[in-house]
Structure formats: structure tokens, C-alpha cells
Design a protein around this ligand. Structure first.
Ligand code: SF4
Length: 84
């Protein structure tokens, strides 16, 4: 069973409404941290958590998801469609 956590995003002008992190997939590689700015932090289980879903613009958020080697981060629009 997957271990996904959803974070709502309500940044003005953003097409991304939700960030989903799959904790089973996250290996703590931290590749997402640089493009994601202050969006993420690593918890004491070496998994990424979202601390500010509205921290960065869409392009940087998309870059952070694409940077993840295990595709642990998924981004969705308000209709539930995957944004990539
Ligand atoms: S890049 Fe992926 S595996 Fe690495 S910390 Fe971020 S979400 Fe986890």
C-alpha cells in the first residue's frame, strides 16, 4: 500500500493545486530541495515533507518534481490532472 501525503497549494496564479509526496518512494536523495527552494524539508525519517506548498513558482515546483530520481513527488491541478 502506498504511503502518500497530500499538501494543498493555493498560490495565486498557480495551476498547481496539490503536491503529493509518496514516502515509500522517497529515498532522501534531496535532489528536489534546490529547485524547490523553501518548499520542502527532510524529516527525521530521511523523507521529504512539504513545509510551505506556496513557496515557489510553478516552474520551480515542476523542476523539483522532475529532479526526483524516484518520482516521489507528483503535482496536480484543481481538476486532479497530473501537471508535469
Ligand atoms: S528528490 Fe525525491 S527521493 Fe530525494 S528527497 Fe526529494 S522526494 Fe525524496
Amino acid at each position: 500500500m502506498s504511503n502518500q501525503i497530500e499538501y494543498e497549494r493555493n498560490k495565486a496564479g498557480s495551476k498547481i493545486s496539490k503536491i503529493v509526496v509518496d514516502r515509500d518512494l522517497c529515498i532522501g536523495a534531496q535532489s528536489c530541495l534546490a529547485p524547490g527552494g523553501t518548499t520542502y524539508e527532510i524529516d527525521d525519517e530521511n523523507k521529504v515533507v512539504v513545509k510551505d506548498a506556496n513557496a515557489v513558482e510553478d516552474a520551480d515546483l515542476i523542476a523539483s518534481a522532475q529532479a526526483c530520481p524516484t518520482k516521489a513527488i507528483s503535482l496536480y491541478d484543481k481538476d486532479g490532472q497530473l501537471v508535469d
